[in-house]
Design a protein. Structure first.
Length: 764
């Protein structure tokens, strides 16, 4: 009997129950979708690190010997140790003179390259080169082809013996790019025996250990006698840590979005069940009078939420793993080169599903328990009508000047507070999501303009080859009236005797201060760099607790001393973090300036034919590459717009539907009094518009804050300031209002079909 009653009730209240089902589906869909790529990604990273024996620590220096490596190996709980030489080289011009990180090794013990196709890396093979698979695939290179790498003044031409991946290069980005473009970045493993004897210098010691790598610094310092630059752990390897930050961001999203939709589902359940139980008061009293226990009746009403939430969790889990999760993995696999990255599922999804079911069932329980406390004899009688009381809005000074529709809607909102809260909260979240999604486009355009029009105040970028001499670089700069720029890897700290945890690995940018390669302050205004000072990027300054006027200490990757510099400017850059210094200040510290590129406003056509030039990129080329890598933003926008529309439709329709059912007698009375169907429909539409307007206004300030939080969650390597245009807020608000109006028209047919005689007879 109760099963049939449940089916009849679900059919009679299909829209509300279907809304609950959809909200639970979406909540689990978001959670399992994000978690699918997070779980699968972390699992694949763990397996990748294990299979390649990925290093736990990196010791950098100017030249290590076999004896020093053995001394490190003898430290207790340090397991495997390997020497290697890491040098940045370049490919031939036919491959866009791409940056190629070259690893020269005599062993293959720590951070072994993962073979995608071809032979495994052989450190004794002097005839072969093992190349980054993504770079090879982009340029159409295959095993057996020849590749020439220009490095340390040498032209090394070898046969490609294998295509590989490395955990150090899960993420790769060329110094001239703002994001991944595999046309311009790659890496290669070679035997150290291909180098002349005098050039076989090891600038790194890699090691694996038990526990944290940085905890061994004092022992390593003693073993090496202080003859090293610094020690880094996996957190300092951007190619690895960038994906760690990405997955942490997705992990946070899974909980945030799930919470939002579950919160809306709870509001819908509370209002739906409360109304249904109140309408079935006499039925409940009859069941009690027939001897049915309250416990059984309660289980019956809890069954609605329980069954719907369970079915929703199952459907959402399947959709999350096999649709959204798969899309996320396929999309991010274009940027992150992680072997065997597949969707994952673990106990967290089960726990979240159980929590959702418990909350949904609990919401139904609290909605039903009051009516079930009533004695059966009392329940058999119709509920006593509530005494009409003046609503709070009637105290407004302009109340008498309001029209009938406005006063009627305000009284209804005052009497049905939960329904009003549901409408406001739902449209608030919908406005927030819509603003966030469309604001991503504004932010992209804003950053694009800041980066290419303000910071990069030039028209062409000339990349210099490794064989370019200082004299040739100066001649090019004079010929094209340009500015020479140098880049390098450094470590920075807030003191000259830092511990490893207080050291940050970043980049050093060296400029000539001619106003072509610019620096912007925290307000994104271009500022000249004062002589004798450096500019330190904002996120790194905050991490070190430094401000303008303080001193920052830095040293190069092969340096052996910390250099003290005054911070003259806290700067911001979308993708390059670290220190910017003037060339004359850099040279005054005893360094020799080796520029990597020349930037100019003049036409550089024909410059690429010179031996001192490896490539020429116009500003249009750089913008096109940036736009291509930012196509991932499209998915974010579509995702936000879809869920925003879905959420607003569900919330406003349910709010209107509940309002219609609760006021059906009132509407019938109004129609008897001469109110036409359009005017009655307007009562629902006006109320929805008011709730939508309030919710949209409440959602306005949250969109930008959450978008900025999303950008900041990408880690310290990315600094994107959010910008949302006033037009975007207007469009988002218009979208919310438009849906509100459309939802009002959904009730047109139902209002026309109100059985005035039947309803009014039921009032007698």
């Amino acid at each position: 009997m109760l099963k049939k009653k449940m089916l009849r009730n679900i059919r009679a209240n299909f829209s509300q129950f279907f809304s609950i089902f959809i909200l639970v589906v979406v909540a689990m869909w978001c959670f399992t979708g994000f978690q699918s790529d997070v779980i699968g990604g972390r699992r694949a990273m763990t397996e990748f690190a294990k299979e390649s024996d990925f290093a736990d620590g990196w010791i950098y220096g100017s030249g290590f010997t076999e004896e020093q490596a053995k001394d490190v190996k003898n430290i207790s709980k340090i397991n495997d140790v390997q020497l290697r030489c890491e040098v940045l080289g370049k490919a031939d011009e036919e491959y866009n003179t791409a940056e190629i990180w070259c690893y020269f090794e005599n062993d293959n013990i720590v951070t072994k390259p993962y073979t995608v196709t071809g032979a495994d890396f052989d450190p004794d093979d002097t005839e072969g080169v093992w190349l980054f698979e993504a770079f090879a695939d982009t340029w159409g290179l295959r095993v057996g082809d020849d590749l020439t790498v220009h490095v340390m003044g040498l032209d090394i031409e070898k046969e490609i013996k294998g295509l590989i991946e490395s955990p150090e290069h899960i993420f790769s980005c060329a110094s001239s790019d703002t994001d991944t473009d595999f046309h311009n970045i790659g890496f290669a493993y070679l035997s150290q025996k291909v180098l002349p004897e005098e050039m076989r210098i090891n600038n790194e010691i890699l090691f694996t250990c038990e526990g944290k790598a940085l905890s061994y610094e004092s022992k390593i310092d003693a073993a090496l006698g202080g003859e090293y630059s610094f020690i880094a752990d996996r957190k300092s390897i951007d190619g690895w840590n960038r994906l760690v930050d990405e997955l942490n961001q997705h992990d946070s999203f899974s909980y945030i979005f799930s919470f939002v939709f579950v919160a809306i589902a709870l509001l819908v359940i509370t209002t739906t069940m409360k109304r249904m139980v109140a309408r079935q008061r006499t039925q409940i009293g009859t069941l009690n009078a027939l001897g049915m226990k309250n416990r059984k009746i309660m289980c019956h009403y809890l069954g609605y939420s329980f069954i719907l939430s369970v079915l929703g969790c199952i459907a959402g889990t399947v959709l999350g793993i096999y649709t959204f999760g798969r899309i996320m993995i396929d999309m991010f696999s274009d940027f992150y080169r992680l072997p065997n990255w597949a969707g994952g599922f673990n106990y967290k999804s089960v726990i979240v599903a159980v929590i959702i079911v418990m909350f949904c069932t609990g919401a139904a329980f609290f909605s039903c328990r009051q009516i079930l406390k009533i004695h059966p004899s009392e329940a058999l009688r119709p509920a006593t009508s509530k005494t009409a009381k003046p609503c709070v809005f009637e105290k407004l000074p302009f109340w008498d000047k309001l029209g009938f529709t406005s006063r009627y809607s305000l009284r209804d909102i005052s009497r049905s507070k939960m329904r009003a809260v549901m409408g406001i909260f739902g449209t608030c979240v919908g406005m927030m999501l819509m603003t966030l999604g469309l604001g991503a486009f504004d932010t992209l355009s804003y950053v694009r303009g800041w980066y290419f029009d303000d910071i990069q105040n030039y028209s062409n970028q000339v990349l210099l080859s490794d064989i370019c001499t200082a004299e040739e670089a100066e001649a090019l700069a004079s010929e094209y009236d340009g500015e020479l720029v140098g880049m390098g890897l450094i470590s920075i700290a807030a003191s000259d005797h830092p511990v490893s945890d207080d050291i940050i690995s970043c980049k050093l940018s060296i400029t000539e201060g001619k106003g072509l390669f610019c620096v912007s302050d925290t307000e994104l205004n271009v500022k000249p760099l004062k002589k004798g000072t450096v500019a330190l990027t904002m996120k790194q300054a905050a991490k070190l607790g430094l401000k303008k006027g303080d001193s920052v200490y830095w040293k190069t990757a092969d340096g052996d001393k910390w250099i003290k510099s005054e911070i003259g400017l806290i700067s911001r850059h979308p993708s390059v973090t670290g220190i910017t210094i003037l060339r004359e200040d850099y040279e005054s510290e005893g360094f020799e300036f080796h520029p990597q590129m020349l930037v100019t406003k003049k036409d550089c056509s024909g410059a690429e034919s010179r031996s001192s030039v490896s490539a020429v990129h116009s500003m249009d080329d750089l913008k096109a590459a940036f736009d291509k890598t930012m196509e991932v933003m499209d998915l974010l926008v579509y995702f936000m717009v879809f869920f925003s529309a879905l959420l607003i439709i569900i919330v406003l329709y349910n709010s209107g539907n509940l309002s219609f059912n609760e006021r059906e007698k009132e509407f019938a009375t109004l129609k008897v009094m001469g109110f036409g169907s359009p005017r009655v429909r307007r009562l629902i539409s006006v109320q929805n518009l008011w709730l939508s307007l309030i919710g949209a206004a409440c959602g306005v300030p949250f969109g930008k804050r959450i978008l900025q939080a999303m950008m900041d969650s990408n880690g310290d390597a990315i600094d994107w300031p959010c910008s949302i245009k006033p037009l975007t807020y207007l469009l988002s608000g218009a979208f919310v209002m438009g849906i509100s109006v459309l939802v009002g028209f959904m009730f047109s047919k139902r209002i026309k079909k109100i059985d005035m005689v039947g309803v009014l007879k039921g009032m007698e």
